[in-house]
Design a protein around this ligand. Structure first.
Ligand code: BES
Ligand code: MN
Ligand code: MN
Length: 457
């Protein structure tokens, strides 16, 4: 295919790649204040790139936290508008020692770009900037576009929520387009039609009023780490069912027909286990791994600590134990309700020997997006053109809390047209993004715009 836009993309391939590498060199870790200056620097870099690509009214909108980069190209106010959302912040790179090459010194190995944020989400967000540039330079942008690129997605998008509520007119659009998810395989394209919600809690269990000698007091005084471990293990039964009363009450049951449809997506259990280095899969009984990670809610320990964890051995009966616990939610569970149920249950199961404190981190609501919309159909046709195969609609286990807010506050549906792979190690050491996937995105996005316009009646 050598349409003018494809020729433009091919002619600028090296530059498109190098610009992404430059962006990946700035460590925009939103969770850790030590990177604060770099997160701001990244916002400015994104702003400059949007201006260079041809966007108007570009600004790094200040918030109580990190800036939201906004830009637009309004070619005709009577035409539809696509709002592109993405995030320029990244997860912390820890544990550093497990990276093959430094996380903020991107390298290309085996046709993959290795760096923190390569896939989630700088690489995928930047595909949109380059697709936009390519449409501008070849005079093929068919409708209006607005960009909203935030810097706090990995920490809960709190300020974006405020921004969206305060800027409804500015953000007026017809659909939201997001590339922050994955496809099944480079040969099996898919479009995400469901995201799970999230309730993220932190618990603190306190036993004695100070750390004690584990020989002098051990045996007579409850150890808060043991107590916490017991409490946690009581929260799931042997079938993987979560034991918090009311937890499943609002869970939407997916029809047999839809489950049969989902089961058509290719899944190789052996390859899945091998890739993860596990010899058995374990999840809620009665559901397939694909269902367990998409249409069923979960409860996971993300971190647990307490007592002495330094070098060597220290005999201690600690005063406190802690854990970070997250629950992934499915339609129609509510993050607020589930957080409260967890809190109540955790207080209730605590034995008299300890005091417990439960605190709430961020949360978000689950979403399901339609497949019968013009926007979904446009994305499907665009991917069919570039992959040579019709994409399969799939629900995924991850969360992008702001998507539910777009629906609620802006009354906008989102199309989750991502190009990553689940094996790209997002949030893990050696995160990467295929060069193939990066350019597939840059090629597909303009086709989305084209079909989205063509299909309007
Ligand atoms: N891009 C991910 C979400 C994602 C990844 C969806 C892969 C589908 C497939 C996003 O950046 C993310 O990591 N979200 C967090 C939630 C957030 C509140 C920290 C998540 O899912 O843990
Ligand atoms: Mn992301
Ligand atoms: Mn992420």
């Amino acid at each position: 295919m050598s349409s003018p836009i494809n020729s433009y993309i091919t002619a600028n391939k090296d530059r498109f790649l190098n610009e992404l590498l430059d962006l990946l060199r700035i460590p925009s870790v939103s969770a850790d204040p030590k990177y604060k200056a770099d997160v701001f620097k990244t916002a400015d870099a994104v702003k400059d790139r949007l201006i260079a690509a041809g966007a108007d009214n570009v600004e790094a909108c200040q918030t109580a936290g990190y800036p939201i980069v906004y830009g637009e190209k309004i070619i005709n106010t009577s035409l539809p508008t696509v709002l592109v959302y993405g995030h320029y912040d990244v997860q912390p790179p820890d544990p550093l020692s497990l990276w093959t090459s430094p996380p903020f010194e991107p390298v290309i190995k085996n046709d993959k770009i290795y760096a923190r944020g390569a896939c989630d989400d700088k690489g995928q967000m930047y595909m949109h900037v380059k697709a936009f540039e390519s449409m501008m330079k070849t005079n093929t942008l068919p409708c209006n576009v607005k960009f909203m690129i935030e810097g706090e997605e990995e920490v809960g998008s709190n300020n974006l929520g405020i921004f969206v509520k305060a800027n409804k007119e500015k953000l007026k659009a017809d659909v939201v387009l997001i590339s922050d998810t994955s496809i099944i395989d480079n040969k099996v394209p898919s479009i995400t039609v469901g995201l799970r919600g999230l309730s993220y809690m932190e618990v603190e269990v306190t036993g004695p009023n100070r750390d004690l000698h584990s020989g002098v007091y051990g045996g007579a005084v409850a150890n808060p780490i043991n107590v916490l471990a017991d409490m946690i293990s009581s929260m799931k039964d042997k079938n993987g069912k979560i034991m918090i009363p009311g937890f499943y009450k609002d869970v939407e049951l997916v029809s047999k027909k839809e489950r049969a449809e989902m089961a058509k997506a290719p899944f190789n259990k052996k390859a899945y286990m091998k890739e993860l280095g596990v010899t058995e899969l374990k999840g809620e009984k009665g559901y397939t791994p694909n269902e367990q990670t998409s249409i069923r809610p979960t409860l996971e320990l993300n971190g647990i600590w307490g007592g002495y964890i330094g070098e060597g051995a220290k005999t201690v009966l600690p005063s406190k134990a802690f854990a970070k616990i997250s629950m992934r939610l499915v339609p129609n569970q509510s993050s607020e309700k589930i957080s409260k149920l967890f809190d109540k249950h955790f207080q209730k199961i605590a034995p008299k020997s300890v005091k417990v404190k439960v605190s709430y981190h961020h949360g978000g609501e689950p979403v399901v997006t339609p497949t019968d919309s013009i926007a979904y159909q446009a994305a499907s046709r665009a991917m069919q053109d570039t992959f040579g195969k019709k994409p399969i609609p799939v629900r995924t286990g991850g969360s992008i809390p702001i998507v539910a807010l777009f629906a609620k506050e802006l009354k906008l549906k989102s199309v989750l047209m991502g190009f990553g792979l689940d094996s790209d190690n997002i949030h893990s050491p050696d995160e990467h993004f295929g060069v193939f996937n990066y350019f597939k995105g840059i090629e597909t996005i303009p086709l989305f715009f084209k079909y989205y316009m063509e299909m309007q009646k």
